[in-house]
Design a binder for this molecule. Structure first.
Ligand code: MV4
Length: 446
């Protein structure tokens, strides 16, 4: 097991990783920018190192500063959290080249999944269903036209180096394809330095369902069920659930079995998430995330497994120690992302939090680095807290969420709490009847 872990992140996830380390008896090193000297993740860590000025490229993305911090403090492993360097294969390689352990998958798997075409090609060869579309990168506009005619309009042109909604262009009919092709390639070249694009049939009303996977370095793989992440606005998730209100147990088991076999054959290790679109009873793989995800707590609550602890154990070479048959799903969990944003305009609302009270009681968890008197800096993303509730059934979880949202007090800045309160009271949300487009319309209706 590791002797000291450097946490290359900030905010609630840095704290979450610190907590897992503490429970494993492993000392922690926090890194921080000058803007984060007063942050909770710095206060709670055993040691801390300032790695640069506020701008992320100079601090949380500053690879030499982070590696130096690990070296001078004697850390033997680095947990990257999510965002920042978590899916940077070059960083993972440099960590290993310094004789440290990167807590995550192999650099080769990070690189493979970062290329959305390589990811799809690998998954297709392993029997995972895809959206109908091009077999690999498009080689010419003529080929794009041919494949679009085969799969039928509307279609999407996506950038191989994109993902998370970046670098996508829709063509509703043949007349729009050339423009979509040209714009997608130009934007991909300038945004990612890679103009490779591929084509998919556009699904018009899918749900976004992702599957949490864990794999050890001895060939054992399990799935921890799905999360429904359909409630998002401009590719920012706002509320996530486990399980999906749209899936039957049989559908989950079938998808889980396919995904488990695929990752086993791939030789994948550590935690990972397969993203699917789900429409008309069909799953289609779109991307794989090779990091811990923001919404991991809903999975932890329904299956009783500490994902960060498992990431650390697995990175240290330990065996999973349980099989799929040992994993039981209990109840329903919902997470609300409480952001420092105006709940109507979504403009960021940095500033001082004069008073803070987090909800508690049965089935309530709050993952946050916030405290009364903290000043939310303007430099980073706006996630303030994750409110996660767990209850035996979905209706009970919704009821508990309503109660917890009422208790939550963040004074001094606007947050997305009022928006969550409107969502939990909505009949369509309560019925579980939503797609990836539901939230945008709900917000526009207000
Ligand atoms: C799609 C799609 C419809 N059809 N692919 C957006 C993020 C990226 N991960 C994939 N995305 C989509 N791919 C096909 N073939 C619709 C989306 C999409 C979306 C997906 C998941 C969650 C929210 C979304 C919002 C808009 C579009």
């Amino acid at each position: 097991m590791f002797h000291k872990i450097l946490i290359a992140n900030r905010g609630e996830i840095a704290l979450r990783i610190h907590r897992a380390c503490r429970e494993l008896g492993i000392p922690t090193v926090a890194v921080h920018s000058t803007a984060d000297a007063q942050a909770m993740h710095v206060r709670l860590a055993d040691e801390s190192v300032c790695i640069g000025p506020p701008a992320t490229r100079d601090s949380y993305l500053n690879i030499p500063a982070i590696l130096s911090a690990a070296t001078v403090t004697g850390a033997d492993a680095i947990h990257p959290g999510y965002g920042f360097l978590s899916e940077n294969a070059g960083f993972a390689e440099m960590v290993e080249a310094h004789g440290l352990t990167f807590i995550g998958p192999s650099p080769a798997h990070i690189r493979m999944m970062g290329d959305k075409i390589a990811a799809k090609t690998a998954m297709a060869s392993l029997g995972v269903p895809l959206v109908p579309g091009s077999d690999g990168a498009l080689t010419s506009f003529a080929q794009a036209r041919e494949i679009a005619a085969q799969v039928g309009y509307p279609v999407l042109i996506k950038a191989a180096a994109g993902g998370g909604g970046r670098g996508m262009k829709v063509a509703h009919e043949a007349g729009e394809l050339e423009e979509a092709w040209r714009v997608a390639r130009t934007e991909a070249a300038s945004a990612f330095g890679n103009d490779a694009v591929y084509l998919e049939k556009y699904l018009d009303r899918p749900r976004h369902i992702e599957l949490q996977m864990l794999a050890d370095s001895h060939g054992a793989v399990v799935h921890l069920g799905e999360r429904d992440c359909s409630l998002q606005r401009r590719h920012q998730k706002l509320l996530e659930e486990a399980g999906s209100p749209a899936l039957t147990t049989a559908e989950r088991d079938a998808l889980g079995a396919t995904a488990t076999r695929a990752l086993q054959k791939l030789g994948y290790r550590n935690a990972g998430t397969l993203e699917f679109l789900f429409q008309d009873g069909q799953f289609a793989f779109i991307e794989m995330n090779t990091r811990l995800q923001v919404e991991h707590p809903v999975t932890e609550l329904v299956c009783g497994i500490d994902l960060v602890r498992e990431q650390i154990r697995l990175a240290a070479g330990q065996k999973l120690g349980y099989g799929q048959g040992d994993i039981r799903f209990f109840g329903h969990a919902i997470e609300c992302r409480i952001n420092a944003e105006d709940p109507e305009t979504f403009m960021p609302t940095p500033g001082r939090v004069s008073a803070y009270h987090a909800p508690g009681g049965p089935g309530v968890r709050v993952d946050s680095a916030l405290y009364a008197g903290y000043t939310v800096p303007p430099y980073y993303d706006s996630l303030l807290a994750k409110l996660i509730v767990h209850a035996p059934t979905r209706p009970e979880a919704i009821n508990r969420l309503r109660r917890a949202l009422q208790e939550f007090a963040v004074v001094g800045i606007k947050t997305t709490i009022p928006l969550h309160q409107r969502i939990v009271d909505d009949a369509a949300f309560q019925a579980g009847d939503y797609t990836i487009h539901w939230l945008e319309r709900f917000v526009a209706r207000a």
